[in-house]
Design a protein around this ligand. Sequence first.
Ligand code: FAD
Ligand code: DLZ
Ligand code: SF4
Length: 523
Amino acid sequence: MELPFRTGSFPSPPPIASEAMSPRLILVLGDQLSPDLSSLCAGDRAIDVVLMAEVMAEASYVRHHRKKLAFVFSAMRHFAEELRQAGWRVDYVRLDNPANTGTLQGEVQRALARHRLGQTLATEPGEWRLMETMRGWDATELLPDDRFVADRHGFAQWAQDRKGLRMEHFYRLMRRKTGLLMVGDQPAGGQWNFDMDNRKPAKSNVAMPRPLPFPPDPITREVLDMVAGRFDDHFGDLEPFWFATTRAEAEQAFAHFLKTSLRDFGAYQDAMLRDHKFLHHAFVAVYLNAGLLDPLEMCRAVETEWRAGRVPLNSAEGFIRQIIGWREFVRGVYWWRMPGYAASNALEAHRPLPEFYWSGDTPMACLRACIAQTREEAYAHHIQRLMVTGNFALLAGIDPHELHEWYLAVYADAYEWVELPNTIGMSQFADGGLLASKPYAASGAYIHRMSDYCGDCAYDVKAKAGPRACPFNLLYWRFIARHKQRLSRNPRMAQMVRTWERFSPEKQAQLVNDADAFLAVLG
Ligand code: FAD
Ligand code: DLZ
Ligand code: SF4
C-alpha cells in the first residue's frame, strides 16, 4: 500500500547522462528559489551557468496581484545574489532589459547563444502549461521536483488503484512515511485527526498576533518602482509591501509564527474576523510555494514545539495535516488529472464572475471584507477562500474556470498546481467529487457562527426570504433544489435534500423566486 511513495526515502534525481558533463545552462524559475533544487544539485558550479529571467509571459498569463509580482521578482533577485555568493555564475535578465524577449524560451535561447552552450538543465516546472512548453525545448533535461513529500508519479499510481480518493487515507500514509507525530506505528494522541477541536469562533476584542513584517530593502524598492510603473492595470495594492523576500527572512517569519500563533492555530483555524486579517494563520504559503521554506523542515519544527509541550496536539496536527496532507494531496490530484481537470464543470455552472470580485463593491459584508483584504494583502485565509468567496460562487453557479483565474491572480501564494484543485475540486465540486467528499455549500448561518461579518451587513442573516434575506440563505436552497438528484446520492448531503423536499411547494417556489431575483441583478 505504501510502496508508491517509497516509504522512508525521498525521490532523488535520475543519474545525469555522461554527455551532460559539458557546461550547461541551468534555468531556475521564480518559484524554484531553493538551494537544494534538483537542477542545482545536479549542476556543477565550476562550469555551469544559472539563468534566471523575469519575463512578461509569466508575469501576465493571469493579471497577478501587484504584491505577488513584487514578491516574485524581489525574491528572484535576492536568490540570484545568494547563488552568486555561493559561487555560481548567474545570468539574471530583468524585465526592463530592452533585449528581453518576454518568454522563458526566448531567454533560454538568448542565454545559450550568449554563453555558447548547447544544453539546458531544469527542474520540472510546477504548472502543466509550462511543463508542456518546456518538454518541447531542444536539448533540455528536466529533473523531478523533489521538494515535496510524495512524488507525483507515485501519487497517480496510488490514486488510480482506488475506488474513491480521500485525503485522510493519503494523509495517514504521509504520516507513516515521514514519521511525523507518530508513536511507533500509531498516531500521537491515539487519533489521526483532531479537526473536530478546530472549529471555534474567535473574539474580535482580543489582541491578535500578526505575521512578521519586513521593510523593503533597496532591491525590493527597485522592484516596487518597476511593478508600479509597468503593472498599473493589475489588481491589488502594491504598498505597503512587507513580505519576506529571502530564505533567512522567511525562516524568521515562520519562527515568529511558531512563537506567537501556532498554539491557537488549531482552535481558531476556521474563524473569520473583520479587523484581524490573519488571525492565527501562518502566512507561509507564499514563501513555501516559492521555495523559500521547506515543508518537511517546517513540519519537524512544529512537531518539536508539540513534543516540548509548548503547543497542543490539535494545533500541531492541524498544521502538519495541511502541509503533508492537503498540500501534497492537491498536487497529486493536479498532476494525475491534468490537462482535462482544468475544464471540469460537473455542476454545469456558467454564470460570469461578478464584477464585485474585483471591485469589492457589494452590500454583502462578508464578501466585501474578504475581497478588500485580498486587494490589500494578496491574502485571505482558507475559510475566507472556501466558505465566503468560494461558497458564494458555488451557490450562485459561477463558471469555475473564471473563478479559477480569479484565485490564481489575486493570491500571492497562487500557482496552478495548488490553486486549481482547491478551486475546481474542493471549493466548486466541479470535478464531481473526486477531491472532496461533499460540496462546501453553506447558508449564512455558517458565516454568522464563524465570523463577525453579519453585524456590518445590509442583509439580515436570520431572514430566510424577502428582500433583506441573506443571499447565502436564498442561494443555498436554490443550490440544493438545482442539484437534488446528484446530492441525494451523497450521504453527507442527502439530509438537506430531504429537508428541501419537506418544504411546501409555495415555500419552495418563494425561495427559488427570491434567489432568481437576486441573481438577476447580480450582473
Ligand atoms: P495556514 O492556514 O497557516 O496553513 C498552513 C499551510 O498549510 C499553508 O501555508 C499551506 O501551505 C498549507 N495548506 C493549508 N490548506 C491547504 C490546502 N487546502 N491546499 C494546499 N495547501 C494548504 N493554497 C496555496 O498555497 N495556493 C493557492 O493558490 C491556494 N488557492 C486556494 C484556493 C481556494 C479556493 C481554496 C479554498 C484554498 C486555496 N489554498 C491555496 C489553500 C489555503 O487557503 C492556503 O494555503 C492558505 O490560506 C495559505 O495561508 P497560510 O499560509 O496563512 O496558511
Ligand atoms: C509567478 C512568476 C512570475 C510572476 N514571474 C516569473 C518570471 O518572470 N520568471 C520566472 O522564471 N518565473 C516567474 N513566475 C513563476 C512561474 O510562473 C512558475 O515557475 C510557473 O508558473 C510554474 O509553477
Ligand atoms: Fe454575508 Fe449574509 Fe452575513 Fe451579510 S448576512 S455578512 S451576506 S452571511
